[in-house]
Design a protein around this ligand. Structure first.
Ligand code: IPE
Ligand code: IPE
Ligand code: MG
Length: 244
């Protein structure tokens, strides 16, 4: 029994992916502009990154801006971009102090140049860190990811570097932006909506899904710990039968 308990405690997901949703509603409830919700959401990011690092999670992927989010009012998109720049400036030393490696997935070339430069800077300054890898999804969507992978595979085929017979799941996965990362074990969405919104659609094939009504700015360390606890209760069968 004691042994089982210890094992449960060590059943920490290697990769947690999070749809940070509900900032706008959080602000609306306070009669504030949506932007204040996003600003408050940065605090939640800090708390969750810290919690993930403490719990020994290896990869934390945060959905910060989707391909579809470009269709929001320009003022909100711009505000999100400057919030990102400010957050990088503010958090870079903390990430380095905590041995956290920063990286991104998404169509980064579509972001404003200033954001791209900041991202390059923090990626470079944290690249040797060996603790948690924090992956921020920006201008990301799962369909974009798969489409870009297929396009690159076609290019490689045209260049004679790839043959159709070589194509299998592992090869396709190696062309995705998440190449080299394990698939998410745990997928969290805050804000109460029960959908995937074009996040890591290939990679979450066998993730455990966890939905909570808590709005992202209210989501803290305790909520993250609850999600991990719930994950630890799940039986992952991967299509097999439970061994007797
Ligand atoms: C999530 O919060 C943050 C982003 C998509 C950038 P929302 O802005 O979607 O907040 P709600 O869903 O409108 O409450
Ligand atoms: C998903 O949230 C994207 C991010 C959290 C960045 P959305 O608020 O954009 O998703 P929908 O529109 O409710 O599906
Ligand atoms: Mg939303």
């Amino acid at each position: 029994m004691a042994e089982q308990h210890t094992q449960q405690e060590h059943n920490i997901p290697q990769h947690v992916a999070v749809i940070m949703d509900g900032n706008g509603r959080w602000a609306k409830r306070r009669s504030l502009q949506r932007m204040f919700g996003h600003r408050s959401g940065v605090e939640a990011v800090r708390a969750v990154v810290e919690a993930a690092a403490e719990q020994g999670v290896k990869f934390l992927t945060l959905y910060a801006f989707s391909t579809e989010n470009w269709a929001r009012p320009k003022i909100e998109v711009n505000a999100l971009m400057s919030l990102l720049v400010d957050a990088i400036d503010k958090e870079e030393p903390t990430l380095n102090r905590n041995n956290i490696k920063f990286t991104t997935i998404g169509n980064i070339l579509t972001l404003p140049q200033k954001v791209q430069d900041k991202l390059k800077g923090i990626i470079r300054s944290t690249e040797k860190n060996t603790g948690l890898t924090l992956v921020v999804a920006l201008s990301y969507s799962g369909r974009w990811d798969i489409t870009a992978a297929v396009r690159q595979m076609c290019r490689d085929t045209e260049a004679g570097k790839l043959r159709s017979a070589d194509v299998n799941e592992a090869l396709l996965a190696s062309y995705l932006s998440t190449s080299g990362m394990p698939d998410p074990d745990l997928f969290i969405r805050t804000g109460g909506d029960l959908r995937v919104s074009n996040f890591l659609i290939w990679q979450i094939a066998y993730s455990e899904l966890y939905f909570t009504p808590v709005l992202w700015p209210d989501f803290g360390k305790q909520h993250f710990a609850e999600a991990i606890k719930e994950f630890q209760k799940r039986e992952r069968r991967f299509g097999r039968v439970t061994e007797e």
